[in-house]
Design a protein. Structure first.
Length: 268
């Protein structure tokens, strides 16, 4: 096989490119990680041989729903949505000012920027269910604990998102206003805020959709809503009622996603 050719200027042109071992190493590494994860989780495809028993259980329990629990499930799903709305709204009111203080181009001082970024990272790193486990014993069982848990976690997430949106704002209008002698608060009000409002609102509605799902999980630890009702029925082995709870949850999530998608498209 020809490896190289000579040209008039004595330069050598390599016809066969060198082997690229990086991709091979990457695939080997991914395979090792996959095997490691399978061993750590006791993943065994042979366990699916009893899948027929699972289907029989689902047919016997979930295909005969107890519709008497439907009114209660619907009322609890409304509470779940209310928890998500309040948790997102409180977080929004706190995250907006914090995001301007923790954005590089609007923060008044580097120490404030560093401190708030660290605080937002901490709030974002703690799952909602951990906050719920803290608040349920202190403010008792119920939706208020769920609101507090969602609020704290969403402050971290939304504050980080909003600050990045502010930092990515077009610098042109800001420089133009600064060159005319405008103060920093005027630049923020008229040079940055109009650019970021649509994206901030869009991300807020998206966080509301996520909060609806999160509030379902919070109900499992006593934070109210249809998630708590689902947990009670599971613990009492009332799977016919669990089937109704699941159907209500599915319908609620689909409706919220659909409405949220429409709102976000119109806002942007």
């Amino acid at each position: 096989m020809i490896k190289e050719v000579k040209v008039k200027d004595s330069n050598k042109i390599q016809l066969n490119p060198p082997h690229n071992y990086k991709k091979v190493y990457l695939w080997i590494g991914l395979l090792v990680v996959l095997i490691w994860s399978a061993l750590g989780t006791n993943f065994n495809p042979l366990m699916f041989k009893d899948f027929g028993n699972t289907l029989h259980f689902l047919k016997r329990s979930f295909l005969n729903p107890d519709w008497s629990v439907l009114p209660l499930a619907l009322s609890e799903s409304v509470i779940t949505v209310q928890i998500a709305i309040m948790g997102t709204a409180v977080a929004f009111l706190l995250a907006v000012p914090l995001s301007f203080l923790s954005a590089k181009n609007t923060s008044p001082h580097w120490s404030i920027y560093t401190t708030l970024r660290g605080m937002l990272s901490f709030l974002r790193s703690v799952p909602e269910i951990v906050f719920a486990l803290i608040f349920v014993p202190t403010v008792s069982l119920g939706p208020f604990a769920g609101v507090l848990a969602l609020s704290l976690h969403n402050v971290g997430v939304m504050g980080k998102l909003f600050s990045e949106i502010i930092e990515s704002a077009d610098i042109g209008p800001q420089e133009a206003m600064t060159s005319t002698g405008a103060k920093k608060n005027i630049v923020i009000l008229y040079g940055i805020l109009p650019q970021v409002i649509p994206h901030v609102l869009s991300n807020s509605f998206y966080r509301l959709e996520v909060s609806v799902r999160a509030s379902l999980v919070l109900g499992l630890v006593g934070a109210g809503g249809v998630g708590q009702l689902l947990s009670i029925h599971f613990k009492m082995f009332q799977y016919n009622k669990v089937a109704v709870d699941c159907l209500v949850i599915m319908a609620m999530v689909i409706i919220i996603d659909y409405i949220g998608g429409i709102i976000r498209r119109r806002v942007i």
